[in-house]
Design a protein around this ligand. Sequence first.
Ligand code: UN1
Length: 505
Amino acid sequence: MTTALSTSIRSALDACGVDLSLLDSAQDLQTRTPITGEKLFGLPATDADGIDETISRAEAAFRTWRDVPAPERGHVVRRWGELLREHKRDLAVLVQSDAGKTMSEAEGEVQEMIDICELAIGQSRMLYGQTMPSERPGHRLMETWHPLGVVGVISAFNFPVAVFSWNTALALVCGNTVVWKPSELSLLSALGAHALLARAVADCGQDADIHHIILGEREAGEALVDDPRVALISATGSTRMGHEVAPRVAARFGRYLLELGGNNAAIVAPSADLDLALRGVVFAAAGTAGQRCTTMRRLIIHESIAEEFTEKLIAAYRTLQIGDPRDEGVLVGPLIHSGAYEGMRSALTSAQEEGGTVLCGGARVLEDEHPDAYYVEPAIVRMPGQSATVKTETFAPILYVLTYRDFDEALALHNDVPQGLSSAIFTSDQAEAEIFLSSRGSDCGIANVNIGTSGAEIGGAFGGEKETGGGRESGSDAWKAYMRRATNTVNYSGELPLAQGVKFL
Ligand code: UN1
């Protein structure tokens, strides 16, 4: 098919170095854009033998890659970062087509890739182990870090390339090889990101087998999950998916790193700068059409300011331009597919059955223009209190508003959900902010003050607790998840004293 969109996608794929003969070479997998709902290209799926062969190649490549000095491994990531800078727009065009993001957000996603490359390059010289004092004379006690082997990355449609790059940039500098199974909903940006990495590997004269992509649906992911040659599975997706992945990997004593659902809330206290809070809430709740793991889904607001703030929020929502994310001024693009729209409708119905009132939004728009695309007005729903629907993550722009009287009640409501990814408080009261960040405050992996729940920087560890899965990716010491630790005791004393003063022989 040749539409303006498919032409621009072809040229972006070409610029990234994707082999265009792949497109329409088979029809196993069908790419589609949520922007118009149109079908784009057919792609070949990797069959079971192909996946087996891929893992074998990645495993063989690991045996030499692990011996390449880490700073030299960093050169591949440096080159990848350069290519990502050069092709930021091309890759963003593919992200936009796959996920329906605005260009600013699509470019922001590629920027996250560039940022993690920079972090990983530095990290390649900082895979530190500690040295501890030994209790025995003439002994050295220390730890060293070693790569795991093949890392399997399973990524989701909503950040189709950034989350993959967080894993891959670190996994590679740590000395692992990577097999990536992108979401079947976002294959074009995946091909672009992979092609740029393949070029970086070639430019640095390294083995092409250190990184692979496999295309497929659920079975392809399962093949990675169940393969004992895959040392670590890093999976991003729903909690339901995590429930399946974790026990299967654990059953073979593999490692897993999970980044699953969030149900992120902001507490807005009476002392908050309400203009700032308003902007923070609107971006986090309605931005990216509610399709970030970090999207704000719950607003817990002091009853004294609830009405005034909610009115302002509704007014702000009414100004949001919804539509084709390629159009100037549009801030809210489409939902990924009809299933996401149905999920939103059913959550709104359940919320109403539980006493909720839809204050604005929820309607499907632009249906005549795009019958196969799903544009919705972001919704705000006032809830009388905690409910089953509020505790459930719906991957769509619905913000539930709950009120509180005292701060302890706000904290209790905040933590009373099964998920634990991101959280925020808007307040000018220092004690409240500190308590929110303390061990009796937010129970999430990310807790912010006077900033929304989404849009985390690359430098911090990203991930969450409870049903979010407990994994940490990107910055801080997240690199440790891609390595194994060895504790080493070196005896240079010429004697053989035993630890704990034990005598033997
Ligand atoms: C995701 O939604 O899976 O913090 C990742 C953010 C982005 C990453 C989101 N930096 O919103």
